[in-house]
Design a binder for this molecule. Structure first.
Ligand code: ATP
Ligand code: MG
Length: 343
């Protein structure tokens, strides 16, 4: 992995254990640094755009960015931020909501697998299969699933331990198939969440974002965080690391997300495809055709110039040409007579 700087201390790859209480939610950055940090973010976005172009052209590796968070932690604005920096042709976004009846009738990775992007693409998952070990565990949804006894007659703890194993294996499977997975938990403080909820209630343009049910999840804040911590520790690995990012200042979160995406792309180091010999020959032929086209156009221009001359000038040029031709023929005949005489 290309060396991370500011995001390094938020990375969990299985070597270090997450204690969510020990993590900061505001990045310990000063407001005065905002302008510099936003400028750095812009520079990174340009680098990301250039690398994304190569990733797409190369088409050998895909990137999946997973966003998980409590409500109002800034998932949507992070998606917008990532999207604003890249060519939309090479990115897709998938949001995972409460499963439909059809989705519940299948295994929990069924709906996810349909959203795995083609290699060369970047996919952003706004929530993901992690909901199936987070909200599902909090609400003990395992007790509600329509599945055989052998699958659900175990303790809730045992049930989700198995899911962690599934997820580790699934992420390994994706890695073996040419994907990089980056998992981001936007770690917002309870205080900041309250502020954002109140904004959603007070500002009419944000009313649509408020969902009274979000207060239920807020009421279970500590339990939710325990479950997050457990899930991160059970599924963090070098091939699919977690980043527990401070989310109270969106401009700083976006800076860190840019750094992580940039370093991931630098690690992939995608290359524009090299042409084989036949393709090179074919391209040379095409170049010649195009160059000839240019010459034809030039001649056309010359004729076009003559056509535009006044009639007297045209007849003068014609007579001049005729005289030149006649002089040339006469000179040729004379030369012929001389050689005959010599013989
Ligand atoms: P915002 O942060 O803006 O509120 P959101 O991602 O919460 O956006 P919503 O439509 O409000 O979007 O909520 C989606 C809901 O779907 C979440 O409460 C989430 O926990 C729930 N959900 C997602 N996947 C699952 C799942 N597999 N099982 C149960 N619930 C799920
Ligand atoms: Mg919500």
């Amino acid at each position: 992995m290309a060396e991370l700087t500011d995001a390094a201390k938020y990375r969990f790859d299985g070597e270090n254990k997450l204690s969510i209480r020990a993590m900061d939610t505001d990045g310990n950055v000063d407001k005065a640094d905002r302008i510099r940090i936003e400028a750095d973010t812009k520079v990174m976005q340009q680098k990301i755009r250039a690398l994304q172009d190569r990733l797409y052209a190369d088409g050998r590796e895909g990137v999946i960015v997973i966003l998980q968070a409590m409500d109002a932690a800034g998932k949507d604005s992070t998606v917008k931020h990532v999207m604003s920096g890249v060519n939309p042709q090479g990115v897709e976004v998938h949001s995972f909501k409460t499963p439909s009846a059809d989705e519940l009738a299948h295994d929990y990775l069924w709906r996810v697998n349909k959203c795995i992007p083609a290699r060369g693409m970047i996919a952003i998952f706004n929530r993901s299969y992690y909901e199936d070990v987070l909200v599902a565990r909090l609400r003990e949804l395992n007790k509600t699933y329509k599945m055989p006894e052998r699958c659900i007659s175990k303790s809730t703890e045992e049930f989700y331990k198995e899911r962690y194993e599934d997820i580790r294996n699934y992420e390994k499977y994706l890695f073996h198939n040419g994907y990089r997975i980056v998992k981001i938990f936007l770690n917002v403080s309870k205080k900041e969440q309250k502020k954002r909820f109140l904004e959603r209630i007070e500002e009419s343009s944000k009313n649509w974002k408020f969902n009274p049910g979000d207060l239920d999840d807020r009421a279970a804040w500590d339990r939710y965080h325990e479950i997050y911590e457990d899930a991160v520790n059970a599924t963090a690995s070098a091939i699919a690391p977690w980043y527990v990012l401070p989310a109270d200042k969106k401009w700083y979160t976006h800076y860190l997300v840019s750094e992580i995406l940039l370093k991931t792309l630098e690690t992939i180091d995608p290359k524009y495809p090299k042409l084989d010999e036949n393709a090179r020959i074919e391209m040379d032929k095409c170049r010649k055709i195009l160059e000839r086209e240019g010459k034809k156009d030039k001649n056309k221009d010359k004729d076009g110039y003559k056509d535009s001359l006044p009639e007297e000038e045209k007849s003068r040029l014609k007579a001049e040409k005729k005289a030149k031709k006649a002089a040339k023929e006469e000179a040729g005949e004379k030369a012929g007579e001389e050689t005959e005489q010599e013989e």
